[in-house]
Ligand binder design. Structure first.
Ligand code: F6R
Length: 610
């Protein structure tokens, strides 16, 4: 994912722009660039590779300016070359940086070529800069030209623009790609993530969907989607949401659990069109490659493997694509028979897990159609070595037990399901639009699930003196139960196992007694009645039930049965929502047991050895 930084000040802002880009590097990039308005006019430096390459280029050939914009790029249209790196120029007058995807860029490109503009890159972004340049001929005010330009753009964008004609300002537009203004004293800044600006300010103004902003040294003006002037609230944070600091939380794990609505929102930003998923979000070759996919093979470890297991239900039931999922440590050493036209999907928070990387490397010899990494770290080996990437954008995860990395993986895998189904035409009518709408509502729903925090904390008391727990789920909730069991064992050291509820009577029922709590996730779907029968089997053996049930499932507390009501959600997204109470449950059990929640014994965050 790309990153944007901008500044307007009374001092030279080059170092601020570079530092801001460095802070955004964790999201991934393939090139970086900056442009400043110097005494010579608009000047820029662009480099392929790390921000340090750009920094070295600026050190060798310094740029001085008080107004500037900068960008780290994650290629979607056009290869990662210097020509395709941002900022893009129109003549020597206007410079633009852009996050997102302009869907109608081809049509605009033809139109602008007809007007005499020559294109220097293969990017979708370049149409924006020429369009603004063209509009400035009749609308000399940069803000007015930007307002007119965005009316022509279809797709997602976070934009920052500067022009030699108005050297006192930076203008910005947000639609589907976040932007935040950093407020300084006699200087102001812009970025796609406040993380980039923490070095210069602790006061932020978040732009909302459709906003246009004009940012000068001593003034910030904002207009909303309807073109009306608005005041956006100024928020002060001495620590950003992702600082390596626990903030008000006792542990990083709890903080990261609570960050999920915000990070899921970010996973979705710039990837959803009005009623569809933007296939280009997976990379420039995605549409061509996805059209050929007839099977999917997922490889991953631990929590990421559970995300893959959920995706299998989605890929097969929604997109009709056969899918296999395997733990990477098994896959890498097995003689695998690959079906024709199979896409290899690797899932990893760190992108450095030795087994997952080895599985990807071995797969290169096995005749897969191509590889896609679903990963949280843009500068990781997994990302570098895969054909396509979708970054999960969960931000740094410090707690060893994975939480926000998992839910953002699930969201990314839902995007993959819809993108593959869209390209192959295999989704049922209306499904994509409906799920896109549900995805937009998801951050708010996750917020509602987090409101269960105190109820779950109380429920945790039932587990504090137990040595074993069984987790049950059916359908796509079975991997959610597996993830719940993994969380509990990792941080509370209570032995926990997950079973598909229908398997209970084939063996594990023998374990059930009054000392073995059974945790179940019960959304209101077509398997609910079957699940209820399985729960009767547990109660009949004296087992204590803890059921996270849909508020509409008609389940209530009874002798030995603790029902915790979960807000209703579309069934396809239920695995994401039900994960939250299970994370909270293991967290509070671990707190009661006094274990080291963030760094459980024997475990490491990134398993880079076999
Ligand atoms: C569990 C956990 C691990 C990781 C696994 C894979 O909470 O964090 O099971 O999921 O080690 O790591 P990544 O996703 O970095 O490949």
């Amino acid at each position: 994912m790309c990153g944007i930084v901008g500044a307007v000040a009374e001092r030279n802002i080059t170092a601020i722009l570079i530092e801001g880009l460095k802070r955004l590097e964790y999201r991934g990039y393939d090139s970086a660039g900056l442009a400043v308005l110097s005494e010579q006019g608009l000047e820029r430096r662009r480099r392929i590779g790390k921000v340090s390459e750009l920094q070295a280029a600026v050190a060798a050939d310094p740029l001085l300016g008080k107004l500037g914009i900068a960008h780290t790029r994650w290629a979607t249209h056009g290869a990662p070359t210097e020509e395709n790196a941002h900022p893009h120029f129109s003549g020597h007058d206007v410079a633009v940086v852009h996050n997102g995807i302009i869907e109608n860029h081809e049509e605009l490109r033809d139109e602008l070529k007809g007007l005499g503009y020559a294109f220097a890159s293969q990017t979708d972004t370049e149409v924006i800069v020429h369009l603004i340049h063209h509009l400035l001929k009749t609308t000399p005010d940069l803000t007015a030209a930007l307002k007119a330009a965005v009316k022509r753009l279809h797709g997602a964008y976070g934009l920052a623009v500067i022009s030699t004609s108005q050297p006192d300002r930076l203008v910005a537009a947000r639609s589907g790609s976040p932007l935040v203004i950093g407020l300084g004293l006699g200087e102001n800044f812009l970025a796609s993530d406040q993380l980039a600006l923490r070095q210069v300010t602790d006061r932020f103004m978040y732009l909302e969907e459709g906003d246009i902003a004009e940012i000068r040294r001593d003034q910030v003006l904002v207009w909303d989607q309807a073109g009306e002037p608005v005041q956006r609230e100024t928020v002060q944070h001495s620590e950003g949401a992702e600082a390596a600091d626990k903030g008000v939380y006792r542990h990083f794990m709890l903080k990261e659990i609570h960050e999920q609505p915000a990070v899921v929102q970010r996973t979705l930003e710039g990837r959803l069109g009005k009623d569809h998923v933007m296939v280009q979000a997976f990379g420039p070759q995605a549409a061509e490659l996805f059209a050929k996919v007839r099977n999917v093979q997922i490889v991953a470890c631990g929590t990421s493997y559970h995300a893959g297991m959920v995706a299998r239900y989605w890929l097969e039931s929604l997109a009709g694509i056969p899918c296999q999922v395997e733990v990477a440590s098994e896959f890498r050493y097995r003689k695998v028979a690959v079906q024709p036209d199979t896409l290899l999907v690797s899932i990893s928070q760190s992108g450095e897990t030795a087994d997952t990387l080895a599985a990807l490397r071995n797969a290169k010899e096995l005749g897969f159609l191509g590889s896609l990494a679903i990963c949280n770290v843009g500068i990781s080996s997994l990302v570098r070595e895969s054909d396509l990437t979708l970054l999960t954008l969960a931000g740094p995860e410090i707690g060893v037990a994975s939480t926000k990395a998992f839910t953002t993986q699930l969201v990314s895998l839902m995007l993959l399901t819809l993108a593959l189904g869209q390209v192959r035409g295999s989704l049922a009518a209306g499904v994509e639009a409906e799920l896109v709408e549900e995805l937009r509502r998801l951050p708010a729903r996750l917020g509602e699930a987090l409101a269960m925090d105190h109820v779950v904390e109380k429920t945790a008391e039932l587990f504090a003196d137990k040595h074993h727990t069984l987790f049950l789920g059916r359908g796509a909730q079975y991997p959610v139960a597996m993830e719940g069991a993994l969380k509990l064992k990792e941080i509370s050291y209570i032995h926990a196992e997950a079973y598909p509820a229908g398997e209970l009577k084939h063996g594990p029922l023998a374990l059930v007694d009054g000392d073995m709590p059974v945790v179940t996730v019960a959304p209101n779907n077509e398997l609910l009645e079957k699940l209820k029968s399985n729960l009767q089997e547990v109660r009949a053996r004296g087992g204590q039930l803890v059921v996270f049930a849909d508020e509409q499932a008609g389940m209530s507390n009874g002798e030995g049965t603790h029902v915790i009501k979960v807000p209703h959600i579309a069934d396809a997204l239920a695995p994401i929502l039900y994960t939250i109470p299970l994370q909270l449950l293991s967290y509070y059990v671990a707190v009661l047991k006094g274990t080291d929640v963030d760094q459980p014994r024997n475990l490491a965050k990134s398993v880079t050895v076999e």
